[in-house]
Design a protein around this ligand. Structure first.
Ligand code: AHR
Length: 686
């Protein structure tokens, strides 16, 4: 005889009465109990120049150290004994004088090699006497004293871990040369495969002599090779100065002359991001204050951009600059989020900071950034945007006041920035830095921000899988609700999960379920970091990995894509009942989670289910009080044979969501969820 029990207990701060009992566990959905609406802003992108995510990643430049500036010291540091030293001033956060230092590569020709043929005599040096422009003070000078025809010397670049070309594809070359009048030769641009074969080339005649000339040409690869070199060959005696040697595939996102790699941009498009955060991350603040990203220096002709060393270990060309960020937001129909420096360097680095009386410079800088993005064309910075070819405002919607800055000095500055920025631009939503890294669970429940007004607070969490599984109900516990919204601006399961495996991705899926369920409070989220060039990985786990010719989504990428592509309009009351009929957070203390919502446009009930166990999960699915369900539905499943499975360059789609039709959908039916899986069930309403 079936046992009938009446259980009363508290779940998600509401009283639930469970009456019927059966042998199977159950996902119980009640269409009449509508929970929070899920904001269109929910899923966005965090971008930072880390792991060569931009240079050597999304940005299509193929030449490394294109302007011969890579040896230039990080802003605010001095070089001694092949080390850089940060200023010996106290950290704004701890008061500690860190005076950080690190090894420094002083080689001005790094990433380049100079080859002289046996019958030639020539030298190369990096000079500053007659620069291309003041922002790019260094250039290479080649002096050829003896040459006997072809290829006397070659200036060779190996790009970002190899030059990759594809048979039949076109490549755009741009460079500047200043040639002595006695140079009677040509210059040949070529790509050589690793076996030494020339697989693309173009002979360029040099016309105007003795001042800097710009050269542009396009050539086609005759073979595919991913480990080649790019070379400029000179064939006569004389001297030549070279600078800004830039190569890009012609096939870029939107076919821009130099822009974003088409394959990487395509993967980002598929994430359907609502917003794009730029420029970071700790690089907003810099290893020292002078090392911060200076958005104004990222504007204009890329050949005129200074660039700056990133605290993640390499120089940023600034090729992916503020204008490109805003343009990308417009192209992708995303809102822009600009992160402004508040006169503080990174507290995890040197922590040096500007004096209070210099703060106006930084406030002005943030105001100018907003003006550049959305100001009238008659304003100073709006006019610069128009001059750059974009009179229309860009879709900038958010400004974050500092990145991972905390403590009384930050809070005082936040108030000043907030007041000034908000009064000038009431339409821009302002974001406060919340809590960094790990220890946030207590803080998120009891925030103690000593500031006047918060619209949105940004919280960051990086931790192991247990933390994410255990905190899948973190946001449910916030009672009463805050009077501000939460933006989970950086989070990822980045420990004890290899380079990003299925177990980690499932823990994120469980945590995301909690964010989506509590979307009255959590209105924006972005996984971080976004991209690694696997040759330049600085952060242990990243959403996507690439090399010079492949881009791979890790399982976390597919979890993100599944969430963003299946965002409900609002959540529906959802409870998991165990086989005793008891409502539980996660079944049997096991890692099984479910949440349903409804999409008003598609008229679908969307049920998200995490089964982070080695067993098939076979609950009954009960949908109460809903419009009539069509018998045929769909289930999209991302699953793995083993929790430690990862995608790789060799098996990029080992973990990949698959969609299957399901039949016999009704108001009460049984369904199987694969072991180690994240599934999205779509039930169509009549
Ligand atoms: O995402 C990597 C780093 O983590 C970011 O630069 C910083 O904001 C956080 O500490």
């Amino acid at each position: 005889m079936k046992r009938i029990s009446l259980l009363v207990f508290f779940f998600l701060n509401s009283v639930i009465i469970v009456s019927a009992q059966n042998k199977s566990s159950k996902i119980e959905i009640d269409f009449q109990q509508k929970w929070a609406r899920v904001e269109p802003s929910m899923y966005g992108i965090f971008f930072e120049e880390i792991n060569n995510a931009g240079d050597g990643g999304l940005y299509s430049e193929m030449i490394r150290n294109r302007s011969f500036e890579d040896h230039v010291a990080p802003g605010g540091t001095v070089i001694r004994d092949k080390k850089y030293f940060c200023p010996a001033t106290p950290s704004y956060f701890s008061g500690e004088v860190k005076a950080q230092s690190a090894n420094w590569n002083t080689d001005s020709l790094q990433r380049w090699t100079f080859q002289v043929s046996p019958d030639a005599k020539a030298t190369i040096s990096v000079k500053t006497d007659a620069p291309l422009n003041s922002n790019s003070p260094h250039y290479a000078q080649i002096d050829i004293q003896q040459a006997s025809g072809k290829a006397a010397v070659s200036l060779v670049n190996s790009g970002y871990w190899g030059i990759s070309v594809v048979k039949g594809e076109n490549y755009n070359l741009r460079f500047f040369a200043n040639t002595s009048s006695d140079y009677k030769g040509t210059i040949t641009a070529l790509v050589r495969s690793e076996s030494g074969k020339v697989i693309a080339n173009k002979v360029i005649s040099l016309e105007n002599k003795s001042y800097w000339n710009e050269y542009k040409c396009r050539f086609t690869a005759t073979e595919t090779n991913h480990n080649g070199t790019f070379e400029l060959e000179l064939d006569a005696t004389g001297s030549m100065m070279l600078d800004f040697i830039s190569l890009s595939p012609a096939n870029t996102y939107k076919n821009r002359e130099i822009g974003f790699r088409a394959d990487v941009a395509q993967m980002l498009t598929e994430l359907k991001p609502a917003f794009f955060r730029w420029p970071g991350g700790c690089v907003v603040e810099g290893a020292t204050l002078k090392n911060r990203i200076k958005w104004k220096e990222t504007l204009g002709d890329p050949a005129q951009r200074k660039g700056e060393y990133m605290k993640w270990g390499y120089r940023n060309t600034y090729g992916f600059g503020y204008h490109e960020f805003l343009q990308y937001c417009e192209d992708m129909n995303m809102h822009g989020m600009f992160v402004a420096n508040v006169g503080l360097s990174c507290e995890f680095s040197n922590g040096d900071y500007c004096a209070e009386d210099s703060l106006e410079f930084f406030i002005r800088d943030a105001l100018d950034a907003i003006e550049y993005a959305i100001g009238d064309v008659n304003t100073t910075w709006g006019a610069k945007r128009a001059a750059a070819g974009h009179p229309k405002p860009f879709p900038l919607k958010y400004v974050q006041i500092g990145n991972e800055n905390h403590g009384p000095i930050y809070e005082k500055r936040y108030n000043k920035f907030y007041t000034r920025l908000k009064s000038a631009y009431p339409q821009i939503e302002m974001i406060l830095n919340g809590v960094a890294t790990g220890a946030g669970s207590v803080e998120v429940l009891n925030p103690k921000f000593n500031v006047d007004k918060i619209e949105i607070a940004d919280y960051h969490w990086y931790d192991g899988p247990d933390w994410f599984y255990d905190h899948a109900f973190l946001f449910d516990k916030i009672q009463p609700r805050h009077n501000f919204k939460i933006y989970v601006g950086e989070y990822a399961c980045h420990r004890k999960v290899g380079a990003g495996n299925m177990f980690g991705a499932l823990s994120e899926a469980a945590f995301m379920m909690g964010m989506e369920r509590n979307s009255d409070l959590v209105t924006m989220t972005s996984y971080a970091p976004l991209i690694e060039n696997s040759n330049g990985r600085k952060w242990p786990v990243n959403m996507m990995m690439l090399n010079n010719h492949q881009v791979v989504g890790r399982s976390s990428y597919y979890v993100q894509k599944m969430y963003a592509g299946n965002r409900p309009s609002f959540n529906l009351s959802t409870h998991l009942l165990n086989n005793q009929g008891m409502a539980v957070d996660t079944l049997n203390g096991m890692r099984q989670y479910a949440q349903a919502g409804y999409n008003e446009q598609t008229r679908e009930i969307i049920v998200k289910v995490v089964n982070a166990t080695s067993d098939v999960f076979s609950p009954q699915l009960s949908v109460q009080n809903s419009p009539r369900l069509k018998p045929v539905g769909e289930i999209i499943t991302l699953s793995a044979n083993n929790p430690t499975d990862e995608n790789s360059f060799e098996a990029p789609q080992k973990l990949f969501p698959k969609s299957v039709q399901i039949k016999n959908v009704s108001e009460l039916f049984q369904i199987n969820f694969a072991p180690w899986s994240f599934s999205i069930l779509k039930l169509k309403c009549k």
